[in-house]
Design a protein around this ligand. Structure first.
Ligand code: PRE
Length: 363
């Protein structure tokens, strides 16, 4: 036996020993989570098991403690899955997302809740809201803005008619691929299916590589992937999840025009989330239509040195809501300076609703 094989055996023995230790520690952690569930139930028979603020703290702590060689995001992803499995022992969490199966929204849901969550596809954004409101699922996941294409108006509009709360956010890097089935004639692609937003995000690449192919918009990338299964001259633009789900092959990878193309998704639910330490707050404000409105609205944020991260205006749909602003800013509603701003804005606004304070997305 060579020296290398002796070393390999020794290293594998060491790995076996470490795996046994990790196994025992994960089991011990899972038992702790089971005990946490008993404590929560003893305090309140309608206890909420999923705690976004605690999960964010656990992941941030792991990232801060990590000394490598695995990078901190990779390590946090491993702990994300351990926590997901622990939560499933307490209560399997049910999450509705904008479907069908294989969409980026499903990918975002699993990134946020981990693979032990039960994810259920819905046909439309309002259906995700309705399922959460009706208590048929614990949480919902909906897209809210894309770095290239801007805001998803439909999601913002749905908040105006709903009492649902924002419990979290998750940001996903969006990579689009040009996909075909195994029977496609790759040199004869004359039609490409995708969601309109994905076409917009890959416009320059398509103009350069497939200027003459017909671009057919469909309701989702997953739908596009499904369609190409049966057409020998068609391709789809979609992500990895859809490619895997429908067994498609890549003609070209990462064809999005902007290399840091990402989409932000919101986690919606019925709970108020306590402070995690690094939080964001989302509000919707209706202002009267008069000169100086925007200044009056934003001035308190400036004075209290609160960082705005997003400001969107939507047309009002009722008499009261003359101007409707969706504002995201750093901080939690329980922090004194945030509470002070909210009080001042309330005095100047026709209506103010806090959609939620929640941990800034960790992964
Ligand atoms: O700390 C809790 O409240 C737990 O339930 C434990 C735990 C975890 O595994 O660390 C599991 C689920 C919660 O969402 C948060 C954390």
């Amino acid at each position: 036996m060579s020296d290398t094989s002796i070393n390999l055996d020794e290293l594998r023995q060491r790995i076996d020993q470490l795996d046994s230790d990790i196994l025992n520690l994960i089991s011990e952690r899972a038992s702790c989570a089971q005990q946490v569930a008993h404590v929560k139930l003893a305090e309140d028979k309608d206890a909420v098991f999923y705690r976004p603020e605690r999960e964010a703290q656990v992941l941030r702590r792991i990232m801060a403690l990590n000394k490598g060689p695995l990078d901190s995001e990779e390590m946090a992803r491993l702990f994300r899955e351990i926590m997901s499995a622990c939560l499933a022992l307490e209560q399997p969490v049910k999450v509705a997302y904008l479907g069908p199966e294989g969409t980026f929204t499903q990918q975002a849901a699993l990134k946020h809740f981990g693979e032990s969550a039960v994810s259920l596809p819905m046909a439309a954004i309002d259906e995700v809201f309705r399922e959460v409101e009706a208590g048929a699922v614990h949480y919902g996941v909906v897209p809210v803005e894309n770095s290239t294409e801007g805001v998803v108006n439909h999601t913002l509009d749905t908040f105006m008619d709903s009492s649902i709360k924002i419990c979290g956010e998750v940001v996903l890097r969006i990579h689009h691929h040009l996909l075909v089935s195994e029977t496609t004639r790759r040199d004869k692609v004359s039609r490409i299916y995708s969601h309109p937003q994905s076409f917009a995000q890959c416009r320059k690449w398509l103009d350069a590589h497939y200027p003459h192919a017909e671009r057919v918009p469909v309701s989702s990338n997953a739908e596009a992937a499904k369609l190409v299964k049966t057409e020998w001259h068609s391709a789809a633009i979609a992500g990895d999840m859809a490619a895997k789900l429908y067994g498609l092959e890549h003609i070209a990878e990462k064809i999005e025009d902007s290399p840091d193309n990402s989409t932000r998704f919101l986690i919606i639910g019925n709970q108020d989330v306590p402070m995690a330490g690094e939080d964001k707050t989302s509000i919707v404000v209706a202002m009267r239509n008069q000169p100086g409105t925007l200044h009056a609205l934003l001035e308190p944020f400036h004075r209290h040195q609160i960082d705005l991260t997003r400001l969107e205006t939507r047309p009002s749909r009722t008499g009261v809501w003359n101007y409707v602003f969706f504002i995201d800013f750093k901080g939690h509603r329980d922090e004194p300076n945030v509470a002070a701003v909210l009080e001042e804005v309330q005095l100047r606004a026709a209506e103010l609703r806090v959609l939620g304070s929640y941990p800034i997305g960790v992964l």
